[in-house]
Design a protein around this ligand. Structure first.
Ligand code: F6R
Length: 614
């Protein structure tokens, strides 16, 4: 299955037969459909004939910006819009898209990332372009503008643009002096909608199905040039015009975003392939990790805090920093940080606050305390770079997972962990430490290994789910770097199955909890390759009491012989990769069990995505 990049910003473009007051209304409806893709800022640009382009944009979601600008009353014969989920440049009015070319003849917007943005910026500056924003979209507009201004056709101009701009993105552009709108798909999803009196293009299908059931699914490398009646698709790599099949959809709009999955939870498990790829590519090209590594290196002591899933990720990160970079870190739940350490945190210490949302109250309390006492510097590790923590801490490193819609965290956990492994390796290099056990080549295998892990777990989780469903309680045990994985697996299960799995340290199990084991009591063991003897011995303690033993990890003859069930991961033979991959079968078994019970894993009862209360 080929998946697009995770949802990140939304773009839309439309050409009507003639100027109409319904343009603004249609664009707002499309934006409402796309609103899950970004709410940091929204911008709309409309034009009529060859009159000036009317561009309005600001921070906020579609409801707020529509109220501010009256988007739904804007009239014209064509328009483009963008909803931003910030990845480069803080969410502010200047960085909001769409963006003008310097002469305001052209306006464009994109989603995704231009990974060689600094290089393009430098080159265009040498050619006289001046930039007002930190946003890579501005470089894409100027690059396109440069080629179109030189008299090239859109086909020639975009051929030149994709020869220079690297990354995964989709973009949409329009000009003052042409009725045509152009859109390019280079990694992010893009659909063309066809109707009798307009043609439109959008990042997703529901925003098109809102107006017409006829659509064309565009492919990577497609440039589409359209007006209200006609369109042509030009293959940029092969330099030829092609036809693509027109589909008449019978899809239910509400479910179209999750396609081909029934829930965002499973979609986001699969997005871990592209999410990890994105992180590696963006860290590599932007050097965004440097400030974090420097702050860790210079800190007197490092305290790291988070809640729930983010805590499990930072706990695994603590192992990485110890093993790879010899950096001791104090990990705590955010709510535990002050009771444990408030009297000992001092000048020169660093408080690292880890949060998907960047808004969790337990972390805000730590931040507020640090700010008031002025005792230590704060650094956030966040997914939402427009969040309070991201904007207010002394430093910030993004994890580039893009929007996570399902309430239980899956892909953001994996990217948090990837962030810690990446920065631990960079810190070791900065400190001249010759670490062992993981190389950069190993790390770059993660996206493909995630894909293989998902495929390998598909059948085994189906077999195991009915067995585990018979038991209201179970243990998930991990040793060393798989301890946080076991805790995260147990949390996923609790959230969506509503049962009681307990994740704990395997060696601790015999100090009391072993008493719960009797006939058929399930215990899942998440193993590391080097711990096999120990894990086998812990398994035997359960087996001899007639418990059910499940092995989660790389297969081996030893486990094959004694375990009742297996949730295998690929035989990577590497403890660090093992620690990253082994959460995936646990996420998947939780999903399988939830579905069997009829629970909605995207919206578990009693939970909310962002917890802004104590
Ligand atoms: C678990 C989950 C929660 C969050 C926790 C922290 O799936 O989503 O446990 O991890 O509420 O949220 P953030 O990371 O946004 O601070």
């Amino acid at each position: 299955m080929v998946l697009e990049l995770p949802p990140m910003c939304g773009i839309f473009g439309i050409v009507l037969k003639k100027r109409s007051a319904k343009l603004g209304d249609m664009m707002v409806r499309a934006a409402e459909r796309l609103s899950y893709r970004g709410y940091d800022s929204v911008g709309m640009a409309v034009a009529n004939g060859d009159g000036a382009i009317d561009l309005r944009k600001d921070v906020g979601n579609i409801a707020q910006t529509n109220e501010q600008f009256g988007y739904d009353r804007m009239s014209g014969d064509r328009g483009i819009l963008q909803l931003r989920w910030a990845t480069f440049g803080v969410p502010n009015t200047v960085n909001a898209q769409p963006l003008f070319s310097p002469d305001e003849v052209m306006v464009g917007a994109h989603n995704g990332n231009i990974t060689n943005d600094p290089f393009i910026r430098e080159k265009l500056e040498r050619e006289g372009y001046k930039f007002l924003t930190e946003n890579d979209g501005e470089r894409l507009v100027c690059l396109t503008h440069k080629h179109l201004k030189n008299g090239k056709s859109p086909e020639e101009a975009y051929t030149a643009v994709i020869g220079e701009a690297e990354g995964d993105f989709a973009s949409v552009f329009m000009r003052r002096d042409s009725r045509e709108v152009y859109a390019v798909k280079m990694g992010s999803s893009l659909y063309l909608g066809l109707a009798d009196d307009f043609i439109c293009v959008s990042s997703d299908l529901p925003s098109i199905l809102e107006f017409t059931r006829k659509y064309v699914r565009l492919e990577n490398g497609d440039l589409v040039v359209f007006n209200d009646r006609d369109y042509r698709i030009f293959r940029l790599p092969e330099q030829e015009y092609i036809e693509r099949p027109v589909t008449v959809s019978d899809i239910d709009i509400e479910n179209a975003n999750k396609e081909p999955f029934a829930h965002f939870f499973m979609k986001e498990i699969h997005e871990q392939v592209e999410g990890t790829r994105s992180l590696l590519s963006l860290y590599g090209s932007t050097g965004v990790w440097k400030d974090f590594v420097e702050a860790l290196d210079k800190a007197n002591r490092v305290f790291i805090s988070g809640a729930g899933t983010s805590y499990h990720a930072l706990l695994l990160g603590t192992y990485y920093f110890n093993k790879i970079a010899r950096l001791p870190i104090f990990p705590t739940w955010a709510s535990q940080m002050l009771p444990l350490y408030s009297n000992t945190v001092g000048e020169g210490d660093l408080l690292v606050l880890v949060s998907q949302s960047g808004e969790t109250k337990d972390l805000m309390n730590v931040y507020d305390w640090a700010k008031e006492k002025r005792v230590a510097k704060t650094f956030s590790v966040v997914n939402n770079i427009g969040s309070t923590l991201a904007l207010h801490c002394d430093g910030m490193i993004p994890i580039y997972s893009y929007l996570e819609i399902s309430v239980p965290a899956t892909k953001t956990y994996t990217n948090q962990v990837m962030c810690f492994l990446y920065t631990a390796m960079k810190l070791a290099e900065r400190r001249g430490i010759a670490y062992k056990g993981i190389t950069w080549d190993d790390l770059h295998r993660v996206p493909e290994l995630v894909r293989e892990t998902i495929a390998a777990a598909e059948e085994p989780v189906k077999e195991l789910a009915p067995v585990l469903l018979k038991h209201p309680s179970m243990h998930i045990l991990g040793q060393d770097m798989t301890h946080p994985v076991a805790m995260e697996g147990a949390l996923k299960m609790k959230e969506v199955v509503y049962n009681h799995p307990e994740g704990m340290y395997s060696s601790e199990f015999k100090h009391g909890p072993l008493a719960v084991v009797d006939k058929d009591y399930p215990v899942l063991f998440v193993s590391l390759p080097e711990n096999e003897d120990l894990v086998l011995s812990h398994m035997n303690e359960v087996i001899c009491r007639e418990g059910i033993v499940v092995h989660v990890g790389q297969p081996s003859r030893g486990y094959d012989k004694i375990c009742h069930y297996k949730l295998p991961i690929p035989a990577v033979g590497n403890p660090y990769l093992n620690s990253i991959l082994s959460v995936i079968p646990l996420q998947m078994i939780a999903y399988e069990m939830a579905i069997a019970l009829g629970n909605n894993p995207d919206q578990p009862r009693n939970l909310s995505k962002t917890l802004t209360v104590d």
